[in-house]
Design a protein around this ligand. Structure first.
Ligand code: AMP
Length: 236
């Protein structure tokens, strides 16, 4: 994978409804190109777990499947993107989720990343999946608390019921993966995040990928899109 890693992939944004497989694809992009995968959902869950001020404000909102107000997120995202491991690029999973967040991110990347990576226009990949397929994926989702691996009760269960194949931890169901909350999250996607896709489409930066295909096929298409846009790391 030396070739894949010697690219300056810049900012990659994965868009798509909850359950589209953004987390899985973001991890794969991260591993293939040696860049960090940044999930605002994971960062927020960490804040909730640690009972920080942000975590206390976000907890109830997340449990209802609603979006955390834009202003609460910007410091958290900025701090993460300023870490040295983001210098050659990063994958954002779950951010931006509103048109305002997309505008903020464009300004942030232009101000802080233009010199560092020589280019700041993000590659935006939207993963499209049918509604019924999404419901099945979300209600069946089980996560390993130790390594973060994601299983699906219906589609790719672990070898032993509810136990991670890799480290033996007991899998858990996210509190926002209950059906009534799932419907709320899908509604939030349609009303608040769909405009983000339109924002990037209007700037000619949106690539759509069919997320109903098998997961490896989705990855292949995603990698092709990344490689069509990524520049080689200067000097390599
Ligand atoms: P996720 O793991 O990406 O599905 O995010 C879980 C929850 O965290 C969402 O349902 C929201 O409540 C909150 N969240 C994550 N990212 C964002 C964001 N960019 N804007 C607002 N809320 C977010």
């Amino acid at each position: 994978m030396a070739d894949a890693k010697s690219r300056n992939i810049g900012a990659i944004i994965l868009l798509g409804p909850p359950g589209a497989g953004k987390g899985t694809q973001a991890k794969r992009i991260g591993e293939r190109y040696g860049v960090p995968q940044i999930s605002t959902g994971d960062l927020l869950r960490e804040h909730v777990k640690n009972e920080t001020g942000l975590g206390l404000m976000a907890k109830g909102i997340m449990a209802r499947g609603e979006l955390v107000p834009d202003d609460l997120l910007y410091d958290m995202v900025a701090q993460r993107l300023r870490q040295p491991d983001c210098e050659h690029g990063f994958v954002l999973d779950g951010f931006p989720r509103t048109a305002a967040q997309a505008g903020w991110l464009d300004a942030f990347l232009e101000n802080e990343f233009f010199d560092k990576i020589g280019r700041w226009l993000p590659i935006v990949i939207e993963i499209d999946v049918d509604y019924n397929q999404l419901l099945r994926r979300l209600t069946g989702r089980r996560t390993c608390p130790t390594c973060g691996r994601i299983y699906n009760f219906y589609l790719h269960p672990p070898l032993v019921d509810n136990v991670c194949d890799l480290d033996g931890s007991k899998l858990f169901i996210r509190t926002d993966d209950r059906e009534e909350v799932i419907r709320e999250r899908l509604k939030a996607y349609e009303t608040q995040t769909r405009p983000v896709a339109e924002y990037y489409a209007s700037k000619g930066r949106l690539v759509s990928v069919d997320g109903n295909q098998p997961v490896d096929e989705v990855s292949r298409t995603v990698f092709e899109s990344v490689e069509a846009h990524a520049a080689p790391v200067s000097g390599s």
